[in-house]
Write a protein of this length. Structure first.
Length: 302
């Protein structure tokens, strides 16, 4: 065999080496990226499915973010509502004790403390925006600063929310209307505080007029607490709805991630095995090519 005769073999071998190098490069890329393909086009028949899965997953992630934000807001609402409930519930018990015993020592302080909790919660904010103001962003939804101001301020002037509630898309085709206004929470309770404010400062021995006012306030507090708890119950139902939808969304997200991983993620164990085999084959090809390159007629002269 002459050197000329080895040229076709060398060319064939060079082509094989080139193909082996390309295959090795692809395998190394898969090992580095953890992906089967460099882009969607390389996925072949699974391209459309994976593009759709990525789109759905992105939408699901966005809805999940909204669900978490809404869930946090609803939890903050719950905290404020329960704070008011505890304060006015304790006040009602204090008034009942005062009416029953005729001893109202410390009652005025209890009234002021309950009013402070009531006012603070109604004017609470989240991220700098008032929570109970509806769509209003300026000022406070509950305007009286002191119990004394309540005596001369009507409910219409005391509450400045607009009654608008927020809405959020938390799942495909599902919008949750949420949000609580100061008037929805506090108008019935405001009647009780107005009665107490108009009764004047209550000392340890209330007058007969003040006792009558205290008895009236007990009934108004009862009505106000019922209204408050109804609002809180509705808020709780919204929390359950959002949590349920969030859980379903997480499960759907895991399913979509599974579809994407199945079609896109490389089996790293198999990739490592392929890499070792391809390196061995390429080294063998280099050795054969080197031997072919050294062949000449002299090798066959005996």
């Amino acid at each position: 065999m002459t050197r000329v005769a080895t040229i076709p073999l060398q060319r064939s071998m060079a082509g094989a080496i080139q193909r082996s190098q390309e295959a090795l490069a692809i395998t190394q890329q898969r090992l580095a990226s953890g992906k089967k393909a460099a882009d969607f086009a390389d996925l072949g028949t699974e391209t459309v499915r994976n593009l759709s899965a990525h789109s759905l997953l992105a939408r699901q992630d966005a809805q999940s973010t909204v669900s978490k934000r809404v869930g946090t807001t609803l939890s903050i609402y719950q905290g404020h509502l329960e704070g008011i409930d505890k304060a006015v519930g304790d006040l009602k018990n204090d008034i009942l004790n005062a009416v029953g015993t005729g001893d109202a020592a410390g009652l005025q302080e209890a009234i002021e403390t309950a009013f402070s909790q009531y006012r603070t919660s109604l004017n609470a904010n989240e991220g700098g925006a008032p929570m109970f103001a509806g769509s209003q962003t300026d000022g406070t939804p509950f305007t009286p600063d002191t119990l004394a101001q309540v005596a001369t301020t009507s409910a219409a002037d005391a509450f400045k929310d607009d009654g608008v509630r927020s809405s959020a898309r938390v799942a495909d085709g599902v919008d949750v209307v949420y949000g609580i206004t100061a008037s929805a929470v506090g108008k019935d309770l405001y009647a009780a505080f107005k009665t107490l404010a108009q009764a004047g400062t209550i000392g340890s021995k209330p007058t007969s007029a003040q006792l009558d006012a205290l008895k009236q306030a007990v009934g108004q507090l009862g009505t106000g607490i019922d209204s408050l708890r109804a609002v809180n119950a509705d808020n709780g139902r919204k929390q359950n709805q959002v949590e349920t939808l969030a859980t379903r969304g997480e499960q759907r997200g895991l399913l979509l991630e599974g579809v994407i991983e199945t079609n896109e993620d490389a089996d790293l164990g198999q990739v490592a095995l392929d890499l070792a085999q391809q390196k061995t084959m390429l080294q063998a090809s280099y050795s054969v090519f080197a031997q072919l390159s050294d062949l000449s007629l002299v090798n066959y002269i005996r």
